[in-house]
Design a protein around this ligand. Structure first.
Ligand code: ATP
Ligand code: FE
Length: 356
């Protein structure tokens, strides 16, 4: 199967072609990502209207480039997969309209993909990972533990009760005057800092289960910053690095400990061959990846963390999720609609912490 994927749910316009031949590993034939960071830089965050316009402008070009780099024609495709939610509605609509246009023009089947399913299935694109597996999905708008039992079968075991960790990284960067997206900037600073100078809280570790909280951490960081500013009128480079290091260590510790618990609970129900995978933009964080790898090793579980470029938003993950869905017999038609909210787990009434 060969699938073209489109992604436009936040601030990256992306198109990619993924192919899997019978009995072979999947291949990413092309993956084009056109970021919008520069467009939003002056506003300190993603502006939905600007994002939607930029997606509408860039989608065609991204598709053209992805097809050219894959060196295939539309005749070689089996379906067109597109992010149909959740996300910023204008951007999602632009992607869905583009995909519908392509499907109508080529007669190819259309598959609407949940952006979160794209993140959650990525470890199967990059590694030999069988269903079921435990997934920690940590991104700009989400943080949740999922039991992934099939391409369209996700059970939510717990998650954030307030902010997503990516959001916390972005706010931390903003508070410290670092560029957006905050994750990579905070990680770079943290590498130069001392993680123990500031005693940041590890929220909800005293409570059983794998629910998490990150908003208190943000408040603690704000207080620490303001105390420094009040004391000496500003932040030194070392202050900034130490604040980042302390913040990152707190996020890492919470995610690692909650993962340990989720993995223990999961291993009990399915002791055969536990597998633990991580995905989403925050999974690009090296300190976090290292900690989670240790957690998996302790539990003798297989551990999969996709390469960084496949953790943050991209269209290869959408093409891949589409491929898995087509293989499972799923397809949509031209009545496909964009959904700003779309919980992965159909048994959960609403995803708490779905920030957008
Ligand atoms: P969602 O997938 O929940 O809809 P999104 O698509 O905006 O949200 P992603 O692209 O998956 O989110 O992830 C982006 C987030 O990941 C941003 O908040 C960014 O700061 C964070 N991030 C990226 N790289 C790193 C890193 N190295 N360390 C920590 N966070 C990171
Ligand atoms: Fe994402």
């Amino acid at each position: 199967l060969t699938i073209l994927g489109l992604e436009s749910s936040c601030d990256d316009t992306a198109a990619a072609v993924v192919r899997q031949r019978a009995g072979a590993r999947p291949e990413i034939l092309s993956s084009v990502v056109e970021g919008q960071t520069a467009l939003h830089a002056a506003f300190g965050g993603v502006v939905p209207e600007i994002a939607a316009r930029a997606h509408a402008e860039k989608l065609d070009l991204c598709v053209e480039q992805a097809m050219a780099e894959a060196a295939i024609g539309f005749d070689d495709l089996d379906a067109i997969a597109v992010t149909a939610g959740p996300g910023l509605i204008g951007g999602v609509l632009a992607g869905v309209m583009c995909a519908k246009g392509l499907a109508a023009a080529t007669g190819l089947p259309l598959v609407g993909v949940n952006h979160l399913a794209g993140h959650a299935l990525t470890p199967r694109l990059t590694d030999d990972l069988a269903f079921p597996y435990l997934m920690l999905l940590v991104s700009g708008g989400h943080a949740q533990f999922l039991l992934v039992r099939g391409a369209d079968d996700f059970r939510r075991l717990g998650g954030t009760i307030d902010d997503a960790p990516g959001e916390a990284f972005d706010k931390t960067a903003k508070l410290l005057g670092l560029p957006q997206p905050g994750g990579p900037a905070v990680e770079t600073e943290a590498a130069k800092g001392c993680a123990t100078r500031f005693a940041f809280p590890r929220p909800l570790l005293d409570r059983p289960g794998c629910d998490m909280s990150f908003s208190g951490l943000k408040t603690a960081l704000l207080r620490a910053r303001d105390a420094l500013v009040a004391e000496k009128g500003g932040l030194t480079r070392a202050d900034r690095a130490d604040l980042c290091a302390g913040f990152q260590a707190a996020v890492r510790d919470v995610l690692a400990e909650k993962s340990r618990r989720a993995l223990a609970a999961y291993s009990e129900t399915d002791p055969a061959q536990p597998a633990f995978a991580v995905a989403g933009g925050v999974a690009a964080n090296a300190a976090l990846r290292a900690a989670l790898k240790d957690v998996a090793a302790e539990a003798a579980a297989q551990f999969v963390a996709p390469p960084l470029a496949l953790c943050t938003d991209n269209a290869a993950m959408i093409a891949w999720a589409g491929l898995e869905m087509v293989r499972a017999g799923h397809r949509d038609d031209l009545t496909l609609t964009a959904r700003p909210r779309w919980p992965l787990d159909r048994t959960s009434p609403a995803l708490i912490g779905a920030g957008k």
